[in-house]
Design a protein around this ligand. Structure first.
Ligand code: NI
Length: 175
């Protein structure tokens, strides 16, 4: 396993549409391992491959692990898609490892049904609710070049984008 660098806005790669994974090869599993290590180290609860500059439809997630509780539940989702969504909406304060230290409330469907391929190459369907539903929708957005700040007001988005563009120009790196 190896740590990968997490790219942050305004890096244009974050706007790429990631390509489907065709076979769950050793290379894909290695990338997933690296993403888990990178995500845990950050620390974060979810990571899309494009955040480590790999434009493929792969997501890692662990909603259980917290510093010091000794529990882990690493999960990987390959080619994930939302196949149904509730009309009922839910608001969560979201953050993103590619937009460090910025948080905002985002409204999304409260429940979604997802289809994905697991690391053994099996297609799975699953219902997601609560934080899981929010997180998987946030990460699937990444695969489509969408960031959580695209769901907030234009004014707030412009402010946060400007802050990071200025920082990038000054050569400041958030790590
Ligand atoms: Ni994110």
């Amino acid at each position: 396993m190896a740590l990968r660098e997490i790219i942050i806005i305004p890096d244009k790669q974050l706007r790429l549409i990631s390509k489907p994974v065709e076979t769950v090869s050793a290379e894909v599993r290695r990338l997933a391992d690296d993403m888990f290590e990178t995500m845990y180290e950050a620390p974060g609860i979810g990571l899309a491959a494009i955040q480590v500059a790999q434009p493929v439809r792969l997501i890692t997630m662990d909603l259980v692990r917290k510093e010091g509780n000794g529990l882990t539940e690493p999960r990987a989702f390959i080619n994930p898609e939302v196949i149904a969504a509730s009309e009922e909406m839910n608001v969560y304060e979201e953050g993103c490892l590619s937009i460090p230290e910025y948080y905002a409330e985002v409204e999304r469907p409260k429940q979604v049904r997802i289809r994905y391929t697991d690391l053994d190459g099996n297609v799975q369907e699953e219902d997601a609710d609560g934080l899981f539903a929010t997180c998987i929708q946030h990460e699937i957005d990444h695969l489509n070049g969408v960031l959580f700040v695209d769901h907030i007001s234009k004014l707030k988005r412009a402010m946060v984008m400007r802050k990071f563009e200025k920082a990038a120009k000054r050569g400041i790196k958030y790590v």
